[in-house]
Design a binder for this molecule. Structure first.
Ligand code: GLU
Length: 481
């Protein structure tokens, strides 16, 4: 499986940016194509002229590109295929599989309301199905019709690769519209024609499309063409099992990117929302994901949004990144955020050495770069600490000893700290009372990496600047500091 050459497509409507759910469908199709050495195509379903926008075409392309998903052919635009759709409609009209419908919106609404009032499903009555040629001609002179498919008796069925035979009784549909009166094909018609014309062999999408698939099967049967094979995966749900909300992962890919997640981590995480590996491995480079991806492990159960897992995966990818790539990405991100961190490769390397083990994305690294660059602003609470006489003593003492030192090396920094601790120990002051004020002065935080690393990243001048900055920041001076 699959026995034939694979050609899949991702078919977004360019009415918004890619979000987690749609990106997942793109990723799963792409993995399917790559694993089975097939082709991955892209089709913009942009027939809704009011809601489709070029900026979304661009952002979807850019987001896919960011994840390393590049279609094997230039994208297809459904709106440019109006004539092709019209040709297929012609075929259906000729053999009576479709018919023009002249009912106005008001008439249809009234019909639906009547059916609902009687407790029946609001379905089209089939009123125009049997108009005579003369009636049709007369009505056509008065208004442009829409076109409906003549749904055959007995309903329809299709085979879903993951779910088996899916049956839909006749009562599941009415004669649905396949082309609107403005000449634009409806989704369920255009999809069948385009999938067929593009040679699509497999359609992998969310289970919210199951009833569309039934309609598409009706259209394919009417056109006498073989429909692609279908795989409907479970939907993505929020952390609590309910519909995905903005608070959960219903964010755009751009938002994940801005939060600092790497493309590899997002790709990896998103793939696991509908698929799992046979070995239970969860961290994959894109290439390994393509190799490991097997359709049998696609899931019909819901994929539950799990922010902790995304972070964990991001951390695993982060730890595997080379210093060169990390430095490049962090510099770019710092630039985008308008944080000027003009630092040498050695400085970044130092930062990476200290933080790569404990952070999970480039965004966090940039945050650390910002924290260790330029001057610090202390909150009032922190600044208040610097008024304490002992604290001022410690800071001045430490400042003096750095001033007297030459360049700071890892051992040199540790020796400076140890010497300061010893001096104060001799005066009966414990190490905590020495280290904590220094840490606050250097980083404005209570915790962080070992002090010697803070010193190394800040460098001699940076550390001195912060120590005197802390002494100056004290709201009022008490004692001899
Ligand atoms: N444009 C449809 C959507 O975004 C495509 C569905 C499909 O046929 O795969 O849901």
């Amino acid at each position: 499986m699959p026995t034939k050459e694979v050609k899949v497509r991702f078919a977004p409507s360019p009415t918004g940016d890619l979000h987690l759910g749609t990106a997942r469908i793109a990723v799963l199709n792409w993995l399917y194509a790559r694993h089975y050495e097939g082709q991955f195509l892209l089709r913009f379903e942009d027939t809704d002229a009011k809601r489709s926008e070029v900026k979304y075409v661009e952002s979807i392309l850019a987001d896919l590109d960011w994840m390393g998903i590049v279609p094997d052919e230039p994208p297809v635009f459904q709106s440019q295929r109006v004539e092709i759709h019209a040709g297929y409609l012609e075929t259906l009209l000729k053999d009576g599989s479709a018919y023009p419908c002249f009912c106005t919106d008001d008439e249809l609404r009234a019909e639906r309301e009547k059916a609902t009032a009687k407790g029946r499903p609001p379905r089209y009555s089939g009123k125009c199905r049997n108009l005579s040629a003369a009636e049709t001609e007369q009505k056509a002179g008065e208004s442009d019709p829409s076109y409906r498919i003549n749904v055959p008796k007995g309903g329809t069925s299709f085979r879903d690769i993951l779910r088996g035979e899916m049956q839909f009784p006749e009562s599941a549909f009415d004669d649905f519209v396949i082309m609107r009166s403005n000449g634009v094909a409806s989704y369920n018609f255009a999809v069948v024609v385009d999938d067929h014309e593009m040679g699509i062999t497999h359609v992998l999408r969310g289970e919210d499309h199951l009833s569309n698939t039934a309609r598409q099967q009706v259209v394919a049967d009417a056109l006498n063409i073989s429909a692609p094979e279908y795989l409907h995966v479970g939907l993505v749900v929020g952390a609590d099992g309910s519909k995905l909300s903005k608070r959960d992962g219903a964010r755009t890919l751009g938002e994940f990117r801005d939060e600092g997640y790497s493309a590899e981590a997002v790709l990896n995480y998103v793939a696991l929302l509908g698929w799992s590996s046979a070995t239970q491995a969860e961290v994959f480079k894109p290439k390994d994901l393509c190799d490991a991806f097997e359709w049998k492990r696609l899931s019909t159960s819901p994929g539950r949004w799990d922010p902790a897992k995304l972070k964990w995966i991001a951390g695993e990818h982060f730890r595997q990144m080379s210093s060169a790539v990390l430095t490049k990405d962090a510099r770019n991100q710092a630039l985008e955020l308008g944080i000027i961190v003009e630092r040498s490769d050695d400085w970044w390397q130092q930062l990476i050495n200290v933080f790569q083990g404990e952070l999970y994305d480039v965004g966090e690294l940039v945050e650390q770069a910002r924290l260790y660059s330029g001057s610090l602003r202390y909150s009032d609470d922190v600044a208040a600490r610097f008024s304490d006489p002992l604290t001022r003593n410690v800071l001045s003492d430490f400042l003096d000893s750095i001033q007297e030192s030459v360049e700071l090396s890892e051992t040199g920094a540790q020796e400076l700290i140890d010497a300061t601790k010893r001096r104060f120990k001799d005066q009966g002051v414990g190490p905590g009372k020495v280290m904590l004020p220094i840490r606050f002065a250097l980083t404005a935080k209570k915790s962080g990496p070992e002090l010697r690393y803070c010193l190394l990243i800040l460098g001699r001048d940076g550390a001195m600047e912060r120590l005197s900055g802390a002494l100056d920041a004290a709201p009022e001076r008490i004692g001899n500091g």
